[in-house]
Design a protein around this ligand. Structure first.
Ligand SMILES: NC(=O)c1ccc[n+]([C@@H]2O[C@H](COP(=O)([O-])OP(=O)(O)OC[C@H]3O[C@@H](n4cnc5c(N)ncnc54)[C@H](O)[C@@H]3O)[C@@H](O)[C@H]2O)c1
Length: 271
């Protein structure tokens, strides 16, 4: 029998970018907390493994294609007849260099995943949630790069700023249906996307442990601490739970070890 004291008991969730990293950790945590999870990604092998390990379902979904995202939502509806939580988490980064040489085709590709992908997720989740009588939680993954300049390339920063705007805008419209829309902004979590970025910026090979150490030293106010996928998954769990975050909407929850609240002067004064 299902334990109704679990934080997401009887809830149905779709997680894009759920095959690895933050998405996979969140899929696991949501399932441990009682949710049925549809894992949506383009990495079929990894995605199937995650879904299988948590008793959920995998669906191939390129979030830049609206029909794929609609299908992922439809799979949840067909299986469980409802959608409670949509986690629009899939994202990519590019390292385009100077604005003076920016390749607009590459930017458009990034935007098609990071911005359109989230837009597709909000749209089809909202349709399903409204059809189901309202209520539900939509969570979108933004970034510390949406808060400050200089933390990602121009295209990545642009895309995460757009997500913050979309979250506020759709929270306004969907509040009347009892649907909450929030974003989370991770920072300094040594997953594939961040390790690749560090390789590019440093110009040499680094592994996740080394990236973690650099974040702990230079990218966090908390001594010896970098971000983990579990830190971010726990923030998503809070926003997914109506019991805990039922009066929270239009919010951007930053998970950054305090980094974006600090200035260089703050770090200089107290070191
Ligand atoms: N790791 C960090 O420090 C950090 C910081 C800020 C924001 N983020 C954001 O967190 C989210 C998750 O990233 P992560 O850190 O787990 O990195 P990751 O690279 O490990 O995971 C990204 C996931 O998105 C999937 N994906 C990529 N393109 C896709 C597409 N077109 N359709 C469907 N899935 C696609 C990948 O296959 C992968 O499973 C991203 O939106 C990223 O921008 C991460």
């Amino acid at each position: 029998m299902e334990n109704s004291s679990k934080r997401l008991s009887n809830k149905v969730a779709v997680i894009t970018g759920g095959a690895r990293g933050i998405g996979a950790a969140t899929a696991k945590l949501f399932a441990e907390n009682g949710a049925y999870v549809v894992v949506a990604d383009i990495l079929d092998e990894e995605g199937k493994q995650v879904a299988e390990s948590i008793g959920g379902m995998y669906v191939h979904c390129d979030v830049s294609r609206e029909e794929d995202v609609e299908m992922a939502v439809q799979v949840a509806m067909a299986r469980k007849n409802k959608l409670d939580v949509m986690f629009n988490n899939a994202g990519i980064a590019i390292y385009e260099g100077s604005i003076t040489d920016i390749d607009v085709d590459k930017v458009n590709h990034l935007v098609s995943v990071n911005v359109n992908g989230v837009l597709h997720g909000v749209k089809h989740a909202a349709k399903a949630m409204i059809k189901g009588g309202g209520g539900g939680s939509i969570i979108c993954t933004s970034s510390s790069a949406g808060e400050m300049g200089g933390l990602g390339g121009h295209a990545y920063t642009l895309s995460k700023g757009a997500i913050n705007g979309l979250v506020r805008s759709t929270a306004c419209e969907l509040g009347s249906y009892g649907i909450r829309v929030n974003s989370i902004s991770p920072h300094g979590v040594p997953t594939e996307i961040l390790v690749k970025a560090y390789r590019k910026f440093l110009g040499h090979e680094v592994d996740a442990t080394e990236v973690g150490r650099i974040v702990a030293e230079k990218g966090s106010l908390l001594h010896g601490r970098w971000g983990t996928v579990e830190d971010v998954a726990n923030a998503a769990l809070f926003l997914a739970s109506d019991r805990e975050s039922g009066f929270v909407t239009g919010h951007n929850l930053v998970i950054d070890g305090g980094y974006t609240s600090a200035t260089n002067a703050c770090q200089f004064i107290y070191q």
